[in-house]
Write a protein that binds this ligand. Structure first.
Ligand code: NAP
Length: 242
């Protein structure tokens, strides 16, 4: 029997690219997401192209009762849970939704997954897709960025909590990626990667037991510089922009 990776937000472009690489390397895939029609299309593509099984589950992770019910019924022994759900608004208005889909609902899901899977010997890894936005301290996408920072914080502490159980926690921080999330945003094209590039980085980092991963790796240095800019510079920048 193959190992199973469960990918939550399985319709995400980055998630689908990641699922193709895991499938190519012999993993069975369980895609969990909201849009069932799109999940079916992805299942067919994965099963037609790779010699694996793909299970799909329609689930809105904001609905805590549905998440509880899903885990009550869940019988599989999964090896990896990858959280790819994320939500961004150009003009931030739906604060609850942004906080839920980048932080609160993900934590609820992960905690249920730990309760359900952590006694299984083959449950080894939780992968959370955060963002370089978690490192920001300017005014851009304030609620999205701070939710990603909160999610990253949670994963960092979870890593210590699960250490004795020998469950690894990987944090992925992608930079700009060309997906449906970033459609219509004005991004510097030389810094935009493809979902396939990020998917490969996630798989290779998993194989090499990496814990904190920037995708692509050059974002580590960009964000290192960025984090060291004193905040008053951002305030000055705002005055010049007026
Ligand atoms: N794209 C970037 O530049 C970028 C950069 C840094 C970090 N990230 C992060 O990378 C991850 C993947 O991003 P992406 O660009 O691939 O995004 P995407 O293509 O927009 O996919 C996000 C997915 O989340 C799923 N989702 C939303 N609400 C849900 C809910 N209530 N329950 C279950 N699933 C739900 C959606 O699934 P359905 O289609 O089924 O509704 C959607 O396909 C996100 O966490 C994002 O924040 C992206």
């Amino acid at each position: 029997m193959n190992n199973i990776i469960q990918i939550v937000g399985g319709n995400s472009d980055i998630a689908f690219s990641t699922s193709k690489i895991f499938a190519k390397n012999g993993y069975d895939i369980h895609l969990v997401s909201k849009n069932f029609k799109n999940l079916r299309i992805k299942k067919d593509k994965l099963e037609n192209n790779f010699n694996i099984q793909c299970k799909i589950t329609e689930l809105d992770i904001e609905n805590e009762n549905d998440v509880k019910f899903f885990f009550e019924k869940e019988k599989d022994h999964v090896s990896i849970v990858l959280m790819a759900v994320g939500y961004l608004e150009k003009e931030e208005k739906n604060y609850d939704k942004i906080i839920n889909l980048n932080h609160k609902s993900l934590i609820f899901y992960i905690e249920k997954a730990i309760q359900r899977y952590s006694n299984h010997e083959n449950f080894k890894t939780i992968i959370g897709i955060s963002s370089v936005a978690a490192d920001r301290k300017d005014d851009k996408k304030n609620i999205y960025s701070s939710s990603k920072a909160d999610f990253t914080n949670y994963l960092n502490r979870l890593r210590i909590r699960l250490h004795e159980k020998k469950i690894d926690v990987m944090i992925i921080k992608p930079g700009y990626v060309k997906t449906k999330m970033t459609t219509g945003l004005n991004l510097p094209s030389f810094l935009v990667s493809t979902p396939d590039t990020v998917g490969k980085i996630i798989y290779n980092s998993f194989k090499n037991n990496k814990e904190d991963v920037y995708a692509p790796g050059y974002w580590r240095y960009i964000m290192l510089l960025y984090r060291n800019i004193p905040q008053f510079i951002f305030k000055l920048f705002l005055i010049f922009k007026r």
